[in-house]
Write a protein that binds this ligand. Sequence first.
Ligand code: COI
Length: 381
Amino acid sequence: MEFTLPTDPTFSDAATIARVHANPGFGVHFTDHMSRVEWTADQGWHDAAVVPYGPIQLDPAAAVLHYAQEIFEGMKAYRHGDGSVWTFRPEANAARYARSATRLQLPVLPAADFLASIEALVRLDERWVPAVLDGRSDDEGVDDGRCEQGHSGGGQGEQSLYLRPFMFAREAYLGVRAARSVTHLVIASPVGPYFPGGVEPVDIWLEDEFSRAAPGGTGAAKCGGNYAASLQAQAKAAEHGCSQVLFLDAVEHRWLEELGGMNIVLVSADGELVTPETSGTILEGVTRSSVLQVGRDLGLTPVERPVAWAEVVAGVEAGRFTEIFACGTAAVITPIRAIRSNGGELVVPGSGEVSLRIRERLVDIQYGRAEDTHGWLYRLA
Ligand code: COI
């Protein structure tokens, strides 16, 4: 698929971009362009183009506004010390996008076209990919002073360009069936850490009333509806002073599933990395699977299995689980300080040393500071 580029593209000036990079937040600023591909049942995928970023016109009857036929992905572009720009395991995101599309009765965008839509946008808007300033880069030349702070509290060296591919039902029709016209877009946003405290440990609320996903539902798909369904629980979490909600399974309210927007991993005293298995109700996180592999590389033993909340409580109290962390593209790896619930507060004892070791190795690979032994990096520019 060839993407048509704007003939006379306009860009934000350097001072504006520098201001955004100096304090990007998460997902609040966007680059100058976006990638777009249209699909209709008659024509298939067509009209691939990079166009100026801006509002999209939708008929008020567009199916996505009524029946939530929508999917998305989360990825990042990282600037390396030599100025080149890379993304991480995009084939895994393309494959998940295809699985999500199938579950939501949306058309599958071939992986090569998914990648092309990202590449075309990042190449054109490359100036928006932050330089990295963390004191560890070998190349002083990329330190242009634009990135001295993300949020306060850590992660300052980890700015990136967050990439958000998404696909939605555009057809104006109120009957409930798969739409016959669909749009795929990619937008990009310079970001710092997802949590305002950076890598500072966060508190999590254990949700015992609401479920995120049920067996046979859409839990494994990355669709907006799953996140909408998490919001009331997320609001409860905030009322209890927590940054994220931890969902249990919808049937027995007993087994750990995932957080509102990321996966959960426990570190055991004997070197296991334990995480709930993906059995259809949990998102198959690209960071999750990378963390398990990096853990193995560092001599830990990844274990994917059902994990009961009762086991977590007993394990933390007995010193069997020493660390717990959240992981995802946005969150990277964020240690969990405590899990609060109606039953009280379970404080995780460890200092987060293992979590931060895995985090450092993963981030070093993403920023080109550690050898990419698994072939995870993909050059964009
Ligand atoms: C990501 O980690 O990329 C996500 O899509 C999750 C969302 C909470 C930002």
